[in-house]
Write a protein that binds this ligand. Structure first.
Ligand SMILES: Nc1ncnc2c1ncn2[C@@H]1O[C@H](COP(=O)(O)OP(=O)(O)OP(=O)(O)O)[C@@H](O)[C@H]1O
Length: 419
């Protein structure tokens, strides 16, 4: 174990999942419910070492087993097989409020909690002012913690956990409940911890923070350790995996949203928002978005080219001044971009049927889910065929961005050179 702070050897853990657990004593007596359960493995054959001074992150979908693993490292839970060896004093920040007594004040909880971490009353006396200052709870520190908001719990728990001078710090997702300013303060405290050579295991769904802080990431999926290594690589692989799952979901969803036909009377309820109107002199028969390789998809990488294909069938009658248009909307209905062939000065002369394509060189939308409206109408606005939510699609990005669209940019800095 020289240089190793945490050794996890072949750890597996199962839980009992009750199928008909009696809710009350009365149920138990009257209905003689047997409490039938199944066993579910939530961790299987997990092994890894964490060297002293390293910060590792656990990533994975909800329910993959990350928190259970942290609880095993803290010894709140015991593995069914395998073992965990830890060198050094552990401090942890797991479920909100865990380890707090609800009727005690914040101050009383500091004494109780810090003593669990092994500090003497005298040591706590020496640190308590700093713990309270860091938690920014002001006079609330004298109130019972049952009156605290989740953010206030987190401040207190984080402040205690980092002031008990641990060698190893285990942190679950709970940072997410703090406000932005406090989150930043926590992250800089964690960085400070790292620079002191402490060992940290961190669970978060914030990939940006994970990449920035961790030396290595461990990806857990359905109770198994899938891969570990350099954060950027693991995040990419994990994101690709999520994107593939998302592609399947969106394909299924778009099939259920499939363009409602004029004579199709039965419209399932979940299609209610996908709507269509117009005189049908021109009918849109299919809509697709294809990626830069021409593959129809529902998931696209930010900045890459895509093409929207609108298939139409025109009635025999002469169609006057047809205009094709598209609109891209965020799922909350905010219009991100819209254009049409009239705005772009493109004249369309229709055949009996055909495909109108609009190629977007750079899909510069920030990551998120969007929907597409397509339409064919007369230049004066009279709709031939207008379809809202013809498709939903997702934009993925490896960068952290906020807002709606990516505006290509670069930074410069002008100033006096340092002496
Ligand atoms: N005490 C318990 N009894 C039964 N099942 C449990 C118990 N605790 C957790 N589980 C189950 O174990 C699985 C793993 O849960 P865990 O909380 O470790 O996942 P996680 O990866 O931390 O998820 P999240 O990202 O949502 O926090 C889940 O299916 C969960 O429902």
């Amino acid at each position: 174990m020289s240089n190793i702070a945490i050794r996890v050897s072949d750890v597996s853990k199962k839980f009992k999942i009750f199928e008909d657990k009696p809710a009350t004593l009365k149920d138990r007596i009257l209905y003689k419910s047997k409490g039938v359960f199944q066993e579910k493995w939530v961790l299987q054959n997990i092994s890894f070492d964490v060297s002293q001074g390293k910060m590792i992150g656990l990533i994975g979908r909800n329910g993959s087993g990350k928190s259970t693993l942290l609880k095993i490292l803290t010894k709140i839970l015991h593995p069914d097989t395998g073992k965990v060896e830890i060198v050094g004093r552990v401090s942890s920040l797991l479920e909100l409020g865990a380890g707090f007594h609800m009727d005690f004040t914040g101050r009383e909880n500091i004494y109780m909690n810090a003593s669990i971490f092994g500090l003497s009353r005298k040591e706590i006396d020496g640190k308590i002012d700093e713990i309270i200052r860091f938690a920014e709870l002001g006079p609330f520190i004298e109130n019972p913690v049952r009156t605290y908001s989740s953010g206030m719990y987190m401040r207190l728990a984080f402040s205690i956990a980092v002031h008990v001078d641990p060698d190893i710090l285990l942190i679950d997702e709970i940072l997410a409940v703090g406000d932005n300013a406090f989150q930043k303060k926590c992250i800089s405290r964690i960085e400070n911890f790292k620079s002191q050579g402490k060992t940290i295991v961190f669970v978060s769904h914030d990939n940006g923070v994970m990449e920035r802080l961790c030396d290595e990431l461990y990806w857990i999926h359905e109770s198994h350790l899938v891969e570990h290594g350099e954060p950027r690589k693991i995040i990419r692989n994990y994101m690709d995996f999520l994107n593939e799952s998302e592609e399947k979901r969106l394909t299924a969803e778009s099939e259920s949203l499939a363009i409602p036909k004029e004579n199709e009377n039965v419209v399932p309820e979940d299609k209610a928002k996908s709507d269509r109107w117009g005189n049908k002199l021109v009918e849109i028969s299919n809509v697709q978005i294809v990626d830069h390789k021409g593959i129809a998809k529902h998931y696209f990488e930010k900045g890459k080219s895509v093409t929207i294909l609108i298939d139409y069938v025109a009635s025999k009658a002469k169609i006057d001044k047809p205009v094709f248009g598209i609109g891209i909307f965020r799922m909350d209905g905010y219009c991100c971009y819209g254009t049409n062939t009239h705005i772009d000065n493109e004249k369309i002369s229709l055949n009996e049927n055909g495909v109108v394509e609009v190629s977007i060189e750079h899909l510069n939308l920030v990551a998120g889910e969007y929907y597409l409206d397509v339409a064919c109408h007369h230049e004066n606005g009279t709709p031939y065929d207008y379809i809202t939510k013809a498709l939903t699609f997702n934009v993925k990005s490896y960068e952290e961005e906020i807002g709606v669209a990516y505006l290509p940019h670069h930074w410069t800095h002008k100033g006096e050179p340092n002496q």
